[in-house]
Design a protein. Sequence first.
Length: 478
Amino acid sequence: MEIGELPPDDGVLVLVMPEDLEPSLSDTELVADIWAADSRAARYAAERAAAIAAFARRRHIQRDTAFGERGGPGHDSRLRRHQALAEVSETFVPELALLRNCSEAEAETLAVESILLTTKLRRTWSALYDGRLDVPKARALIDLLGPVRLSVAEQIEQQVLPAAEKLTVPLLRQRVRRLLAKLDADALDKRREEAARRADVVHQPTGDGMSRLLVDLPLPQAAACVDAIDQYAQMLRADGDERPIGVIRAAVAADLILRPWDTTRPSVTAKLVVHAPLSSLGDDADGPQPAAEIAGEVVTAAQCRELLEQLGILGVGDAPAGGSVHVAIGDPTTGRLHALASRRELERGARGAGVCSPRATPGYEPTSQQRRFVEVRDQHCRMPGCRRRPGRLDLDHVVAHADGGATDCQNLCCLCRRHHRIKTFAPDWDFELLDDGRLIVRTPSGVSRTTDPPGWWLGAEPAPPWLDETAPPDPMRC
């Protein structure tokens, strides 16, 4: 390029749109494209399963001897461990989740499916690779045949795979269950026992300010619970309750669990963490108000105010019995937390004492002020993809205290017990906490992921109108 010549134009990025892929195709051609895409997806899934299974073999359980007796998994973790992962290191699923940038639940499901497909269900893997079986049907076979004896699994594969391409997933499941009941009824009982062993109670946010309460129970108990709830709901309807019957059932279920009328039992205090910008607490704002969080889920400012009104603390007043109210002071542009203060501390700060983040302490145990600050800053386990909430977390020294790491908010982060053990005991894992609160996690396979403190990022402030006038001229524009 000669002096004074403008650099070449890189052109304009052109996005491919769906209509670009269907220029005047016939119905037959479109059907062929759909079938071809399904076959490619099946082959890709088979290739991924083979790669994941090979990766798992390189992470043998022998690697976990580095954890020692102190760093081993807890009782619940051992009970819930899938049998397909019995010979695989405990660190494999977290590593797979990081390299795929997915949740550990999804990574564990993929790991189990991949190991079963490439060991016990090799005919199913071949049909998947050849495109004769799609991914949903392969997963149905994995689910039903994974726990059974190898000889029975091979016999059922031989009988169902030739016709599987013509069956829907429910029909395929029904045929496999009938064969299992005939050839290995114990396998169905074993599935039921395994499901009972993994029973739990969880809530599943629906993303609209509501959440489903999921309780795993044996079929007879679950049916009895639903019937009892419905009977109580019908009684309320007969007494004049005009709400939709589903809403009444939900309220009855909550009352039966929380028992607000029973004052003879010891009280149980539930911890509900609410994060809300101050600008969301007033209902007189002219423009849009920033969202808030309840128990880690995004809600509107109006729903947050409704809850705070019920608790009697709207306007950052006194907390309910057993609760507390702290005001987080942070940068609205970056979301970085600078300080966390109670009302009394804010009042002292207003009188000139100032409000700042907790100071370092010479001891090993973090102070209560440090714990509150770090839990508000991190809000959940900082391992990429993990969403376990405070109350089930450890405050970890990223640089170990024994190695000179300070008990300071700049060296503390929230980790759940599982990821705390991996960080402390697992070989070849590296955790680095940067000054701005970002945590970098590096896996033994060389993959790095970074998590930012959730913070309260409200978006960058608009640039002042005089900014363009003071900016240097752009040589690429005329």
